[in-house]
Design a protein around this ligand. Sequence first.
Ligand code: ATP
Ligand code: MG
Length: 257
Amino acid sequence: MRGGSQPFLMGCNDGHTYVVKFRNNPQHVRILANEMLTSHLAMLIGLPVPGRAFVEVSPNLISGNPLLKFEVAAREEQCAAGLQFGSRFPGAPSHTLVVDFLPDRLLRRVSNLASIFVGAYVLDKWTCNCDGRQVIFHRDAEQSRAEYSATLIDHGFCFNDGEWNFPDSPIRSLYPRRLVYESVRGLQSFEPYLSRIENLEAAELEEGLRDVPPEWCGDDPQQLPRLVERLYSRRRRVRQLIVDAKNSSLKPFPNWH
Ligand SMILES: Nc1ncnc2c1ncn2[C@@H]1O[C@H](COP(=O)(O)OP(=O)(O)OP(=O)(O)O)[C@@H](O)[C@H]1O
Ligand SMILES: [Mg+2]
């Protein structure tokens, strides 16, 4: 697949197909932890994310498949065997059309467009997603008149990649097509997601810890519970982060006066 982490599309023995990010990807081992934890957070507040999975890749598959390697600068590196992160492809690849971008005319027709993007914005401010917002749009490949559905992907740079700090900035985490924010009139437009985050219990966040293997956390896995504590204490700052973005020079919300 495209992307800085050089993920692979793999058929798995649960019958589904996954976009798999490997532990020794060219970005950072922690992007696997970031994907797993943020997917848990997105589900907690009711946002659409792909099914996620632990994908066990055997040494035999790696040694028997010369394509399973990364290109880093001028050299190649074999993908590691073992436990990797899988983001489920939304259907059978032969019958499902998936695109990263839609022209505005089709974008306006995506079901639940405004809700998904304002919800994603709240999630991204909370987790300090240092990447732009990314989604996939998908529909049945044979039904050209069917509506596209949107699903949130790529949470590798939440918590600032492998840094696990929160360098908040009003210009981060926006989607490049601003029409997705046209419905925003004020803080109330970020509901119900904003209140859901503010009212989360610590135990609900801690449940996400169980899904993150220590080997996805880099040199210091002990930082993971600390990361979750910081998320808990940041819950009530998200409101102000959105106001800061509204007042920034980028003016992302054209209808919020
Ligand atoms: N669950 C999924 N179903 C279908 N396609 C997906 C899925 N997840 C990712 N993709 C596709 O794979 C591409 C790469 O995924 P992703 O953006 O997560 O990787 P990345 O390496 O983190 O990218 P970046 O360079 O933005 O950091 C996406 O642009 C998208 O087209
Ligand atoms: Mg990406």
